[in-house]
Write a protein that binds this ligand. Structure first.
Ligand code: ZN
Length: 388
């Protein structure tokens, strides 16, 4: 297949006219400017007037379109994957909240089921693994998570209570608080097992954060949200995260979880090289305002803002596309957005060799956006997963 005549955000900058030759789901050639495309290609898609970006990768999704990852079947997850594709997301990690073992097990079976068969199904955003948000997090920073299922890491067997995806390809990510009992040992153990470790729902001291970093934690989850606030005499996780160049973070760029000015502050301190965007979307995403039952409680969505009965924000109802638009409005360049939505998350989960940028040899995970910022095409592994 030949994708013809798009403006494209490439790793070395914006190219005004690019065609991509796709073969077996990958980008076989990046053809710039006047360079001739091979004539023998019969299947061609004209992308004139559109801007092509690497497909977005969302590492923190609880659900969308009425589906909650904790209660979903493989079919339900596929519905979410279709919705995500319509918003430019080409890969994602269903994200699990602290729950009883049986609930975790059911959720992981569904994820594993979809991963086994997603290449044969109708094209949609690809599940790459899963993200455990908790249960080893701090009760005092629970956010919308249910603290009655939080745990301490007292012995290695505590990890046996978390079901795994039985595939060597699957990504396993965990958000944890290093200050809980056994927290730093947990970072060390997960790192040794090849997990992606992220610090979040935390009130860790700078000493604990340094120990966690040395043990293998180099990322922070929904930075500033569900973390003890910055105080000038106690900089804590926020001061530490802003300052440390070897620590990356992700943010919920909906303008509600973080004030737009705070988003600018994060971008200025961390630069686009160290920030990923996530949605942290809940099942109500894509459904509009209303009252929804999520994780055993009522969550109200009002003008795009979520609220549980305790008055806490309870995840978002945005997609990566909304987050990307927000960052553009705040002055980020398209190249910055491609980093924050694609290459940074791909690097974090160890998939940068495979996706996250428009380069020869990588998977043809792509999104084509029009002048208004709407998605016109999403390609996943070279297949059309959305056409608007
Ligand atoms: Zn979350």
């Amino acid at each position: 297949m030949l994708l013809r005549g798009a403006r494209a955000i490439l790793p070395d900058g914006v190219a005004e006219v690019v065609s991509l030759l796709l073969d077996e789901g990958r980008i076989a050639r990046v053809i710039r400017g006047d360079e001739r495309a091979p004539a023998y290609i019969s299947e061609k898609i004209d992308l004139g007037g559109l801007t092509l970006l690497p497909g977005f990768s969302d590492l923190h999704i609880h659900g969308a379109v009425g589906v909650d990852a904790m209660e979903a079947s493989a079919d339900d997850l596929h519905q979410v994957a279709r919705f995500l594709a319509s918003n430019g997301v080409t890969s994602w990690l269903p994200t699990l909240v602290p729950s009883p073992y049986e609930d975790y097990q059911k959720a992981v079976e569904a994820i594993e089921g979809l991963m086994r068969e997603q290449d044969e199904r109708e094209a949609a955003s690809r599940v790459l693994g899963l993200h455990y948000e908790g249960p080893f997090v701090n009760r005092a920073q629970c956010g919308a998570l249910r603290p009655n299922y939080f745990r301490a890491y007292t012995e290695k067997s505590a990890l046996d209570t978390l079901p795994l995806i039985r595939s060597s390809q699957a990504v396993h990510m965990m958000t944890l608080a290093p200050e809980i009992e056994g927290g730093v040992n947990l970072v060390r153990e997960l790192t040794a097992r090849g997990w992606v470790v992220s610090i979040g729902h935390t009130r860790a001291s700078v000493e604990d954060l340094e120990r966690a970093r040395e043990a293998g934690a180099h990322h922070m989850t929904h930075f500033m949200n569900a973390m003890v606030a910055l105080h000038h005499r106690a900089p804590g996780p926020i001061g530490w995260g802003l300052l440390r160049d070897d620590i990356t973070c992700d943010v919920i760029a909906d303008g509600k979880h973080l004030d737009p000015l705070t988003l600018e502050l994060v971008l200025k301190c961390k630069t686009a090289a160290r920030v990923s965007l996530i949605s942290d979307s809940i099942s109500a995403a894509g459904l509009g305002d209303g009252e929804y039952s999520v994780w055993g409680e009522t969550i109200t969505v009002e003008q795009g803002r979520t609220r549980n009965l305790r008055g806490n924000l309870a995840g978002s109802v945005i997609t990566m596309l909304d987050a990307a638009r927000m960052m553009l409005r705040l002055g980020a360049s398209e190249a910055d957005v491609a980093r924050m939505c694609s290459s940074n998350p791909a690097r974090l989960i160890g998939r940068e060799h495979e996706c996250g940028s428009i380069e020869e040899g990588k998977r043809a995970d792509l999104v084509a956006i029009d002048e208004k910022g709407d998605v016109r095409f999403t390609f996943v592994g070279g297949r059309i997963a959305y056409k608007g």
